[in-house]
Design a binder for this molecule. Structure first.
Ligand SMILES: [Zn+2]
Length: 373
């Protein structure tokens, strides 16, 4: 999702990164605050102070968003769900969980702490504002932060999946009826109503009031709609594939190649078997995987002299799954690591190979003929 992100710090063992879009919004936000907002509320104050306030409140808004995401992350870790990283981007932040919560109670706890932390931050800034004397620059900044965190808390509570409020709605329905897929369907439906509502407001603003800000509402509504649809198909796919093990899907007829084979001989094997990759063996020990892609940078003149072992993906860099693990988990792992295939290994022995093509075939059968039970 975020290919152009820069890692900035590590906090509680979680990597925090900034997406490239963050810099744009950082600039726009501090510019708008420094040139339009603060000059209006503090007309007597000089421009330098407006800029200092504008930039420092922007930084504090992002720190507030980071605290919101950290709250989700720390609760997730407490519930046994590891966190990949937190990314700050144009619309705020996102904490990437390694897997989805398996119980509604866990999802409730992980979700609720986010908006809650924004509301607590809002209250804290509100109290500081009340204590400070009126009319000084700092108190205006604090007042802005109190309202901003309130807005973040409230917007996130809109019951539109995949926003926090939609996740809460889903968790409640899931807890109540015990059916995750159905709960997701309802929460996504509620989300699409909000999305269409936002887009409707956008069109009214654009065509009746003639304000370009309407475009933002249309854009945000559309994003929300897309996000809801894609989370629904993910859950639906996961549900329909649950119970299917790696060993039910993998190819067992594995053709292997020897580590000492030359590239020239290897290419003959590619022609003969028409596989995209071969596991590499040394005697009866698995050593790695050789894919067609690894060969593309080797000049033809070197083919006879280069051995498979020199260009293969070594075993420690291969994606390895157990035959009894869930196929859908393996698929998620393959997707998140950008791997086209995984080696299926049980007690150090190669028992099969799992490829995207194998998974696609099962999904196709499932969608065409439905479940067998
Ligand atoms: Zn949140």
């Amino acid at each position: 999702m975020f290919r152009n992100a820069i890692k900035i710090l590590k906090i509680f063992g979680i990597d925090v990164e900034l997406d490239i879009s963050w810099f744009l919004v950082f600039f726009l936000f501090s510019y708008t605050l420094s040139r339009h907002y603060y000059p209006q509320v503090l007309p007597e104050t000089e421009d330098t102070i407006h800029w200092i306030l504008g930039i420092s409140t922007t930084i504090l808004v992002f720190i507030s968003v980071l605290i919101h995401e950290l709250a989700h992350s720390l609760m997730a870790i407490k519930e046994g769900i590891p966190i990949n990283k937190i990314t700050l981007f144009i619309f705020g932040g996102v904490a990437q969980m390694k897997k989805e919560p398996e119980l509604p109670a866990a999802e409730l706890k992980i979700t609720v702490v986010g908006p809650l932390s924004s509301l607590v931050l809002s209250a804290m800034f509100g109290i500081i504002y009340l204590v400070l004397p009126r009319g000084i620059p700092i108190s205006e900044g604090v007042w802005f932060l109190a309202r901003m965190n309130l807005l973040v808390g409230i917007l996130n509570l809109i019951p539109a999946f995949p926003l926090d409020g939609g996740r809460l709605l889903r968790a409640f329905l899931w807890l109540w009826k015990g059916n995750l897929l159905n709960a997701t369907r309802i929460a996504v439906l509620a989300g699409s109503y909000f999305a269409f509502f936002a887009m409707g407001i956008g069109f009214v603003m654009l065509f009746m009031a003639g304000t370009v800000w309407g475009l933002w509402y249309i854009f945000l509504g559309w994003l929300l709609y897309q996000a809801g649809q894609s989370s629904y198909s993910q859950v639906a796919l996961k549900e329909s594939l649950s119970g299917i093990k790696v060993k039910d899907v993998m190819s067992e007829q594995v053709q292997v190649v020897n580590i000492g084979m030359s590239i020239e001989e290897l290419i003959e094997e590619f022609y003969r078997y028409k596989f995209g990759a071969f596991p590499v063996m040394e005697d009866s020990n698995l050593k790695g995987l050789i894919t067609m892609n690894r060969l593309k940078d080797i000049p033809k003149s070197q083919w006879a002299r280069t051995e498979v072992g020199e260009v293969m993906v070594p075993l420690e860099h291969c994606l390895i799954v157990h035959p009894d693990s869930e196929a859908v988990e393996a698929m998620m792992k393959m997707a998140s690591e950008g791997a086209g295939r995984a080696l299926v290994v049980q007690e150090d022995r190669l028992t099969g190979i799992l490829s995207n093509t194998d998974m696609m075939r099962v999904i196709k059968i499932k969608t065409m003929f439905g479940s067998l039970d």
